[in-house]
Ligand binder design. Structure first.
Ligand code: PZK
Length: 285
């Protein structure tokens, strides 16, 4: 069999083609902030994110099946089933942040969900909402309503994606909240397997695909510090960097502090020591 062929790059991940049915997803240690990938990697970040994804995949098969076939011994590579990806981002919001907060301030609604008046930034919503978005090849995804999303996916696929996404969010947000972490919102990518089954793909329920907030210090009425990236953001703000590429190089204390936050998120959510994960990644499965 030929070696894996590189097929796509994300900001901080790579995809390779193994054969017609299988892909390799490799998570790097690169970090992005303010939409720019920084020059300085965070050691083990790719392993933390891969370990968390694999952990959630293993614990949510009762909700929806997923693309993970094998977690490689390097801790950062997943062998995955190749899917036909749905043409939407499946976003679930339990709290009002990011583009959901922006839409609400401007219109009182987001993705067609008319929300109660008087909500504050970062406030918990009366119930989690499904807010699909387009997949922009560059620039930011755009929130769309149910009718637009159903037209892109087909009505039945859309309903399946919505139900799976909401159920995954409910499961993971309860798990996280019990361990002191608010899962404010999250983005799933779903696809269809050759047999027609809907399948969860990509990474799932990681700090790169979600907003994780420490419950300690949570206070509606302002933006919340990010569980993982706040040191990096604060330091970048202090330097006066204009947020245009290339980003600044990070000093060692910011690197070490940020790595510790990623490892802390992993250990709180999985209740598995990260050292154990490094010596045997399959402990999360
Ligand atoms: C797939 N992406 C996004 C992620 C990148 C790009 N199981 C799958 N089957 C088919 N396609 C994809 C997947 C998955 N996952 C996901 N693009 C294609 C993406 C990471 C890095 F460069």
């Amino acid at each position: 069999m030929p070696d894996a062929v590189h097929v796509a790059s994300g900001k901080v991940r790579e995809i390779y083609e193994l054969d017609d049915e299988r892909l390799l997803l490799v998570a790097s240690d690169r970090i992005s902030t303010f939409d720019v990938v920084l020059a300085t990697p965070i050691p083990d970040k790719g392993r933390v994110l891969t370990g968390l994804s694999a952990f959630w995949f293993a614990r949510t098969t009762h909700i929806v099946s997923n693309h993970l076939l094998e977690l490689r011994a390097d801790g950062r590579t997943m062998v995955c089933r190749r899917l036909q990806m749905l043409p939407i981002e499946c976003v679930v919001r339990g709290y009002l942040a990011g583009s959901g907060w922006k839409d609400y301030r401007e219109t009182g609604a987001t993705s067609g969900h008319v929300l109660p008046e008087g909500l504050r930034e970062s406030q918990r919503l009366p119930q989690p909402i499904f807010t699909p978005a387009t997949k922009a090849s560059e620039g930011h995804d755009e929130n769309i309503d149910e009718e637009q999303a159903a037209a892109l996916c087909g009505a039945d696929r859309y309903r399946e994606a919505q139900e799976a996404s909401l159920a995954l969010y409910r499961f993971a947000s309860e798990h996280a909240e019990a361990r002191g972490i608010i899962l404010a919102d999250t983005k799933f990518e779903l696809g269809v397997a050759p047999d027609g089954e809907i399948v969860l793909g990509d990474e799932a329920l990681t700090p790169d695909s979600s907003r994780f907030w420490p419950m300690d210090g949570y206070e509606p009425g302002r933006g919340q510090p990010s569980f993982d990236k706040q040191f990096v953001r604060d330091w970048c703000e202090e330097t006066g960097w204009d947020k245009a590429p290339p980003g600044p190089e990070l000093p060692n204390d910011v690197v070490v502090g940020t790595r510790a936050r990623y490892v802390e998120a992993f250990e709180r959510l999985t209740e598995i020591s990260f050292d154990e994960y490094l010596s045997d990644p399959e402990v999360v499965l």
